[in-house]
Design a protein around this ligand. Sequence first.
Ligand SMILES: O=P(O)(O)OC[C@@H](O)[C@@H](O)c1c[nH]c2ccccc12
Length: 256
Amino acid sequence: MLSELTANAVADAEARRADRPLAEVERAAQERPAAIDALAALAPADRVKIIAEVKRASPSRGPLADIPDPAALAREYEAGGASAISVLTEGRRFLGSLADLEAVRAAVSLPVLRKDFIATPYQVLEARASGADLVLLIVGALEQRDLAELHALIEQLGMTALVETHDADELARAADIGARLIGVNARNLSTFELDRDLFGRLAPSFPDGAVKVAESAVSTADDVAAYRAAGADVVLVGEALVTSEPRETLARFLGE
Ligand SMILES: O=P(O)(O)OC[C@@H](O)[C@@H](O)c1c[nH]c2ccccc12
């Protein structure tokens, strides 16, 4: 499933490229105001931080929420105390778009993450051209050389990569490229199985100095507290926020 999601995302980007060639996206990326320092915004602190996700649907969970106005949702997230906003831009299974990312970027002053199946420089440039500060790289979807090259391009453009892992080998690969913001996704993107304890098992093996992000499977404040107790600096939450009153839920999750 992960390779199919990635192949589709790359094919969709290639189709966009026919209308908007690489040189044009490069220019648009350069003209954008500098990216926000997301690493500073997500740095370890005496309280847990939350990346709140704009997510309409997923292949494992189906439709979650309509979200007619992603900018309004992002403003709720900002007012509720989120430290960054993740925007799914994958169109086929997650029903997102780059237009969602643009709308969110214009609405908030928090760092914004492009959450997609990124495997080409073109997709990274699109992210910057749409105002992203952060770009997701899924280790399990990439050869090590491509991972290293995409990571370098993201940093060159002044953005931060969130490098997503799902086992000890992938965590070692993230460490090898010098990733400074590393996530552990509780959901296996090939089988869609959830393993809520995976973050806790991998946390001791994070490279020194890397910011630790626990991704997925949070439905209650206790889940956030469990991730925090296991060493998470940051927790990434989607479904629980889009299916509830986001400000109230964030307040509960942040222990307020
Ligand atoms: O809705 P949840 O269980 O709170 O999960 C959010 C986020 O972690 C999840 O959407 C996600 C994590 N890694 C991904 C990679 C691609 C697409 C989606 C994801």
